[in-house]
Ligand binder design. Structure first.
Ligand code: FPP
Length: 242
């Protein structure tokens, strides 16, 4: 049973295995992404019901551009389809949508839908749903350092400002611009792979990890709850002895 008093505040998910799921069924890769989008829909709802405050999903990495034009275009079409079918329900459920990453370079129609989601849900106070899109953690850290430098040059930050962990955190995508998202308590990766792939390198310093062999399209709310329950049975020490 999940302990309602110890729900993780922030869960981040690397949604992996759409391609292998499709291959196993003899379907095109895009059918896997479509099924992955449906799984994501259910996990957003489940997160909201469980009372999780922040859910972050890795939807498209800075490295994913290496895939075929057809696959990349198809993923952004799915994003449009997702917003068109879900935005009003997300809004009714008080979900606030945020995007982590430089989404200005993705197809215009997808940028428009994202901006519409951000605007519509800006004042919501329930689950914050962060979509990591064209996101890469090293690029995020490089951007944070250049933005600090730029603010010092412009005088927005004093020259004597101490470069601290707190300052760097504020300049990441998870910082000021998206409401200072706390570090993820739990990072889940599906499909049996056990690596971070340039996701939340700074923010994962003390995160717990959960891996499951299930391909993302088959990841159900029941499996999600099983991983959260296992997380609740761990002893987090944050470097101390406790
Ligand atoms: C990883 O599976 C998945 C992705 C790179 C794309 C994630 C996209 C979705 C879940 C659906 C679309 C939703 C939005 C919001 C864009 P993979 O293709 O790497 O799988 P494989 O390792 O088995 O090939």
């Amino acid at each position: 049973m999940i302990d309602q008093n110890r729900i993780p505040a922030h869960v981040a998910i690397i949604m992996d295995g759409n391609g292998r799921w499709a291959k196993k069924k003899g379907l095109p890769r895009l059918a896997g992404h479509n099924a992955g989008m449906l799984a994501m829909k259910e996990i957003v709802k489940a997160s909201s019901v469980l009372g999780i405050k922040y859910l972050t999903v890795y939807a498209f990495s800075t490295e994913n551009w290496k895939r075929s034009k057809e696959e990349v275009g198809g993923i952004f079409k799915l994003l449009v389809k997702y917003v068109d079918s879900e935005l009003s329900e997300l809004h009714e459920n008080n979900v606030k949508v945020k995007v982590l990453g430089d989404y200005s370079v993705i197809p215009k129609i997808a940028v428009e839908r994202l901006e519409k989601s951000l605007e519509t849900t800006a004042n919501n106070t329930g689950l914050q749903f962060n979509i990591a899109l064209n996101y890469g953690s090293r690029a995020e850290i490089v951007r944070a350092v250049s933005r600090i430098y730029e603010d010092i040059r412009k005088g927005a930050l004093e020259e004597e400002t101490e470069i601290s962990e707190e300052l760097i955190s504020r300049y990441l995508y998870t910082g000021d611009e998206n409401g200072n998202i706390p570090d993820p308590d739990l990072i889940i990766r599906t499909s049996g792979e056990e690596r971070l792939s340039n996701f939340m390198l700074w923010q994962s310093a003390y995160s717990e990890f959960a891996f499951t062999d299930v391909f993302w399209p088959d990841f159900s709310p029941a499996e999600y709850e099983r991983l959260i329950e296992a997380y609740q049975n761990r002893d987090r020490r944050f470097g101390g002895r406790k």
